[in-house]
Design a protein around this ligand. Structure first.
Ligand code: ATP
Ligand code: MG
Length: 285
């Protein structure tokens, strides 16, 4: 039995369940929002492998601690997770991701974890970074917590109480061309690239949640090697890698351990089957 854990449903989750069942394996979805869910210290589930589509991230300005706690108590019950909870955290905390990637010699935007405005200013001067800069919350999702900061007054506002929020300042990577912004999403499953696309936006925030479109991308060797290296750096089996194509070359922005499959479906690429196979194979190990 493969269990998919999620907060709410969605097309990526249903597509994956269907693919697992088509391959002859049982699959259940544990909805953390279900009415009949009751968690006490004896809570456990009957499952051979868990694939979590939730983790720790910001939702309605708060961290999703309930989801994270449920996953952690299931880990106490010795369940196997693909991706592991360590990997989910490595990817959820955007600053840890940047640290892991740069430790593995992968190009990322220069990033600082800040406590306040003074930290932000000293990061800029030490790294010769000028406005505009990006200020974002390490756990934010769907492009919601990302701010483009243009001057000292905006930086003061964006860095207020930063010490309490896991705030980062980051060099702004220019990747727009005549008002069109295209970045890259590559999906790596079990150390292999299974597909990729460009996210096309009229704004530097390219998230599909913001209504942006996708465009088919032929993945060259450089992108392929880079993406596989990123998945390895965070220790993930199922990893979406987000890459900004800058004038100085590719810069990896972040990774995602519950990558959506909607973009691939729009392009007629079935990645659910590959993810399903990966989960079934890990169950057998
Ligand atoms: N340093 C940067 N330079 C240029 N654009 C950026 C930068 N940081 C973020 N962006 C833009 O903002 C978008 C959202 O930022 P990011 O991916 O860091 O967080 P998120 O998408 O909110 O998190 P998640 O993908 O986990 O939901 C990116 O996809 C990119 O388009
Ligand atoms: Mg993102």
């Amino acid at each position: 039995m493969i269990t998919i854990i999620c907060a709410e449903g969605g097309s990526s989750i249903n597509g994956l369940k269907k693919s697992i069942e088509e391959l002859g394996e049982k699959c259940e979805i544990l909805f953390l929002s279900a009415d009949n869910l009751q968690i006490d210290q004896t809570f456990n589930i009957d499952s051979d492998i868990i694939h979590s589509r939730c983790g720790i991230g910001e939702y309605h300005d708060k961290l999703t601690l309930f989801s994270w706690q449920v996953l952690n108590l299931l880990e106490v019950e010795n369940h196997i997770f693909i991706n592991s909870l360590k990997t989910i955290y490595n990817s959820a905390d955007k600053f840890k991701t940047i640290k892991l990637l740069s430790k593995n010699n992968i190009e990322t935007p220069k990033t600082g974890l800040i406590r306040d405005y003074d930290d932000a200013k000293s990061f800029m001067s030490k790294n010769n970074i000028y406005y505009p800069v990006i200020v974002k919350n390490c756990f934010s999702k769907c492009g919601n917590g990302v701010k483009l900061v243009r001057n000292d007054a905006e930086l003061k506002e964006a860095s207020k109480n930063a010490i309490w929020y896991g705030t980062t300042i980051q060099e702004y990577v220019e990747f727009g061309d005549n008002g069109v912004y295209k970045d890259i999403r590559v999906l790596v499953v079990d150390g292999e690239v299974v597909g990729g696309y460009r996210r096309v936006s009229s704004n530097f925030i390219t998230n599909l949640h913001q209504g942006n479109k996708v465009e088919l991308l032929k993945i060259n060797d450089e992108l392929s090697e880079l993406s596989i290296k990123c998945a390895e750096a965070i220790g993930g089996q199922i990893v979406g890698v987000d890459i900004l194509p800058s004038k100085e070359g590719y810069k990896v922005l972040e990774t995602n351990t519950a990558p959506g499959t909607k973009g691939f479906r729009e392009l007629g690429i079935n990645v659910d089957k590959k993810i399903a196979k990966c989960l079934i194979n890990h169950k057998k190990i």
